[in-house]
Design a binder for this molecule. Structure first.
Ligand code: PTJ
Length: 252
C-alpha cells in the first residue's frame, strides 16, 4: 500500500504498514498487531511525542548501557519489524550483543528475525535455535529460553515491548532492566529499573543519539546519572503528562 506523505497520520500509517508487512513475511505474530494497537492507544493520549519523562529515562538508559559490563539488547518480532537498524546500532555503540527472545517462539520466525538483524548490520545474533539453551528461573513462557552467553550472563538487558513476567524474572536474577513501553501502567513498566514511556520508533533513534552524546562523559558522571534516576517517580511524571495532555481537550 502506498501512503501519501502528505497524509496527516503518515507516520502512524507507515508504522502499521511495517508491522503488517512484518506479519506477512513471518516476523511479527498476529498478537503483535494487537499489542501494537494497545500501544497506539497510549501513544495517542501521550500526544504522539516524546515527553519529558521519556527523555529523562532515555538519558538514564544510555548511561546504564554505557556503564554495563555485558549489555544485551533483546529483540522480538515487533521490534525487528520496526527498528532493526537502530537496535543493531545500539548494541554496537554500547559494546553489547543482540539476542532474539520471543514470547511466541518458533524456529522459522527466530531465523527470519536473525536474518533481518544481519541484513541490518549485525555480525552475530544470540538466542537462535539450540543456542537458547539457558533458562530464566521461575518463568513458564517461551521467553524463559535464553542464550547462556547472552541474557544469562548479561548485567543490563534492554527489553523493548515486553510481556511483563520476564522483566520481573530478570530483576530476580539481579539484572538491571530497561524497558520501552507506551503503557506506563504495565507490569513491565513498573518492574523495570528504567522505563522509557515512548514509541520504540521514536525512542530508539533518541537513545542512540544519547549514547553518542554521553560516550564523552566519564564513569562517575554516568554512575551519577543512573543513581539519580527514580523509575517510580518518572512513571508518575509520565502519567501526569497524559493527564495534562487530556486536560487540554477538556479546556482546563
Ligand atoms: O514477538 P513475540 O513473540 O515476542 O511477541 C511480541 C508481543 C508484543 C506480541 C508480546 O511481547 C506481547 O504480547 O506483548 P504485550 O503483553 O501485548 O505487551 C506489549 C506492550 O508493548 C504493551 O504494553 C503495549 O502498550 C506496548 N507497545 C506496543 N507497541 C509499542 C509499545 N511500546 C512502545 N512502542 C510501540 N510501538
Amino acid at each position: 500500500m502506498i501512503i501519501p506523505r502528505s497524509h496527516p497520520r503518515y507516520l502512524s500509517l507507515k508504522t502499521r504498514e511495517q508491522l503488517v508487512k512484518g506479519n506477512r513475511s513471518g516476523l511479527v505474530v498476529p498478537e503483535g498487531l494487537i499489542a501494537h494497537g494497545r500501544g497506539e492507544a497510549f501513544d495517542y493520549i501521550l500526544g504522539e511525542k516524546t515527553g519529558r519523562s521519556a527523555k529523562s529515562a532515555i538519558t538514564a538508559a544510555a548511561a546504564l548501557l554505557l556503564t554495563a559490563r555485558r549489555p544485551v539488547i533483546s529483540v522480538n518480532g515487533n521490534t525487528a519489524a520496526l527498528v532493526p537498524r537502530e537496535l543493531v546500532e545500539l548494541a554496537r555503540a554500547v559494546g553489547g550483543d543482540v539476542e532474539v527472545n520471543l514470547f511466541h517462539r518458533g524456529r522459522d520466525r527466530e531465523m527470519r528475525i536473525a536474518k533481518t538483524l544481519m541484513r541490518s548490520g549485525a555480525s552475530r545474533i544470540l538466542g537462535v535455535g539450540k543456542e537458547a539453551s539457558g533458562r530464566i528461573p521461575g518463568l513458564e513462557s517461551m521467553r524463559r529460553k535464553v542464550d547462556p552467553s547472552g541474557i544469562t550472563k548479561a548485567d543490563v538487558v534492554l527489553v523493548p515491548l515486553e510481556d511483563g513476567d520476564r522483566a520481573t524474572a530478570l530483576r530476580r536474577m539481579g539484572k538491571k532492566v530497561i524497558a520501552v513501553d507506551l503503557n506506563p501502567l504495565s507490569r513491565t513498566a513498573r518492574a523495570a529499573n528504567v522505563t522509557i514511556v515512548d514509541n520504540v520508533t521514536r525512542a530508539l533513534p533518541l537513545l542512540n543519539r544519547e549514547v553518542r552524546r554521553l560516550k564523552r562523559h566519564n564513569r562517575s558522571r554516568l554512575d551519577g546519572i543512573v543513581s539519580g534516576f527514580n523509575n517510580e517517580k518518572n512513571l508518575v511524571t509520565a502519567v501526569k503528562e497524559i493527564t495534562s495532555y487530556l486536560d487540554k481537550w477538556n479546556g482546563v
